[in-house]
Design a protein around this ligand. Structure first.
Ligand SMILES: [Zn+2]
Length: 284
C-alpha cells in the first residue's frame, strides 16, 4: 500500500468509471489486498480540490466485471483501508418516469434492493483469513445516503448549471439483463424514480464501515416501461454516459470540494456502541 514515499492515504473515495479521473496529473496507483479478495482494479489516488482522492473503476478498466460479479466488499474495504471516510458513487441508471430522460442527474435519497445472491454484509459471522470472526451487527439503513454528501452533490450540480433532481428512490436490480416492461412498469407504479444495477450493496457496505456514501445517478436511458421502442441497449447506455462524462466529472470534483472537512452527519456513528470484530472499524 505504498508508492515508495510512505503509505498512500486518501480522504475521499470515488467508485465510478475510469473516465472520471484519467485527466488528473500526478496520480499514484495503489494495489490493495483485502480480506475479501481483490477490488475491481488498482486504486488511483490523485488530488482534487486540495484533497487526496482515491478512484476505483467499479467494473474494472475495460468494463470487465458485470454488476453481479463486482467484489463490492473488497472495493469498500480497499477505500476504507486507505483512510477514506466519504465515498461518492456516480452510476448509470434508467429513468422510470417520462420526465427523467437521458441526461437527467438525480441524487437519490432512498434505495430499494431487488438484487439476489450478492454478498451484502461484512458481518456474516464467518472467519476472516486472519482467523478473526466479525460479530453479527445490524446497522440502520433507514436513510441510506449521507445528508452532507447529498447536499454537496446537489450544490455542485446547481453550480455547474445542471439542475439536479433532489431525491428519489433508486431500485437496484441484479442484472446484467435490463428490466422487462412489466418489471419496469411495476417499479414506476411503486413511485420509484430510477433503476440501476450497482447501487446495492455499495451504500450498505459503506454504512457498515461507518463511511459516508452518496449516490449520484446519471440517467442514460428511459427504462423499458416508459419508452415505446425496442428497449434499452448496453451500447446506448455507454454512449450516453460518455456524452455526459465531462460534466459529470465537473460536478463530482466540485462536490468533493464542498464536502465538510469534519463530519457532522450521522454516518460515522452507525457503529457506536457496537463491537464489530473487524480490524480498524469503529466500534472495534
Ligand atoms: Zn455522512
Amino acid at each position: 500500500m505504498t508508492d515508495g514515499h510512505g503509505p498512500v492515504r486518501a480522504e475521499v473515495g470515488v467508485i465510478g468509471g475510469s473516465g472520471l479521473y484519467e485527466l488528473l496529473d500526478d496520480v499514484v496507483e495503489v494495489r490493495v489486498e483485502t480480506p475479501y479478495g481483490q477490488p475491481s482494479d488498482v486504486l488511483v489516488v490523485g488530488e482534487v480540490a486540495g484533497l487526496p482522492v482515491a478512484f476505483l473503476p467499479r467494473h474494472g478498466r475495460g468494463h470487465r466485471l458485470p454488476p453481479h460479479r463486482i467484489n463490492y466488499r473488497a472495493n469498500l474495504w480497499a477505500l476504507h483501508s486507505l483512510g477514506v471516510r466519504q465515498v461518492l458513487g456516480p452510476c448509470a441508471v434508467g429513468g422510470l418516469r417520462p420526465g427523467f430522460g437521458p441526461g437527467t442527474l438525480l441524487v437519490p435519497d432512498q434505495l430499494v434492493d431487488r438484487t439476489s445472491g450478492r454478498v451484502q454484509t461484512f458481518y456474516d459471522g464467518l472467519p476472516l483469513p486472519d482467523g478473526g470472526v466479525p460479530e453479527v451487527v445490524h446497522v440502520s439503513m433507514a436513510d441510506p445516503y449521507c445528508p452532507a454528501g447529498r447536499a454537496a452533490a446537489l450544490e455542485a450540480a446547481g453550480a455547474a448549471a445542471w439542475e439536479p433532481v433532489d431525491g428519489g428512490t433508486m431500485v437496484v436490480i441484479e442484472g446484467p439483463r435490463f428490466s422487462t416492461r412489466a418489471e419496469s412498469r411495476w417499479f414506476t407504479a411503486n413511485g420509484w424514480s430510477v433503476v440501476g444495477m450497482t447501487g446495492h450493496p455499495e451504500a450498505v457496505l459503506a454504512r457498515e464501515l461507518g463511511l459516508c456514501y452518496t449516490s449520484i445517478a446519471l440517467v442514460t436511458d428511459l427504462d423499458a416501461g416508459v419508452e415505446s421502442g425496442q428497449g434499452v441497449t448496453h451500447a446506448e447506455v455507454l454512449a450516453e454516459f460518455a456524452r455526459n462524462v465531462e460534466r459529470l466529472r465537473t460536478v463530482l470534483f466540485k462536490a468533493i470540494g464542498l464536502l465538510p472537512a469534519e463530519r457532522a452527519c450521522p454516518c460515522g456513528q452507525a457503529l457506536d456502541g457496537l463491537t464489530t470484530g473487524l480490524p480498524g472499524v469503529p466500534g472495534d
